[in-house]
Design a protein around this ligand. Structure first.
Ligand SMILES: O=c1[nH]c(=O)n([C@H]2C[C@H](O)[C@@H](COP(=O)(O)O)O2)cc1CO
Length: 155
């Protein structure tokens, strides 16, 4: 069956980082099935998916995928209520979670994400765009060592 990966990225919170979401998803697909591939869609705009069934459908479908997922990877640089909610629900489900934050963004990550780092199943990685594939490779190969990956990653 393979690993099921839930990727979180901002949609209504702003689509500025869609290209990096797309890149992360392409890399994640080498490790397993990405349940939320639409999040990296370059044609998906800030208004979100145009589903006749509406927001309740999106919420319930995504929660089903969260339950199904083996691991959650969230790009958290662009603040998004939906991404924060997904991470919180993932914590409540005891999922393995990797949050990726771009240090060069000049943003300060929420304490509710940074402070949730626990050295085991909840990791926050500060990364530079050019190192993201390497960080993901190391996380999926040796998840328990992810905490200090950004110290060791070189191009
Ligand atoms: O159309 C959508 N489809 C969808 O799957 N989502 C989910 C997946 C994303 O990881 C997250 C983005 O939340 P937000 O739209 O609040 O930035 O919510 C969110 C929306 C729009 O809120």
């Amino acid at each position: 069956m393979g690993l099921k990966i839930y990727f979180c990225g901002s949609i209504r919170g702003g689509r500025q980082d869609v290209e990096i979401y797309h890149r992360i998803i392409s890399c994640l697909k080498t490790f397993g099935q990405v349940l939320t591939e639409h999040v990296g869609g370059v044609h998906l705009l800030e208004q979100g998916e145009e589903l006749k069934t509406g927001d309740k459908y999106i919420h319930d479908r995504d929660l089903d995928w969260l339950h199904e997922a083996d691991v959650i990877v969230a790009e958290v640089t662009q603040p998004s209520l939906g991404v924060g909610y997904e991470i919180g629900r993932g914590v409540a489900l005891n999922k393995r979670i990797l949050c990726l934050f771009r240090s060069a963004s000049n943003r300060v990550l929420s304490a509710m994400i940074r402070g949730a780092e626990n050295g085991s199943d909840f990791h926050v990685e500060d990364y530079a765009e050019e190192t993201v594939e390497r960080i993901l490779q190391q996380y999926f190969q040796i998840p328990s060592n992810c905490k200090h990956l950004s110290d060791t990653v070189t191009n």
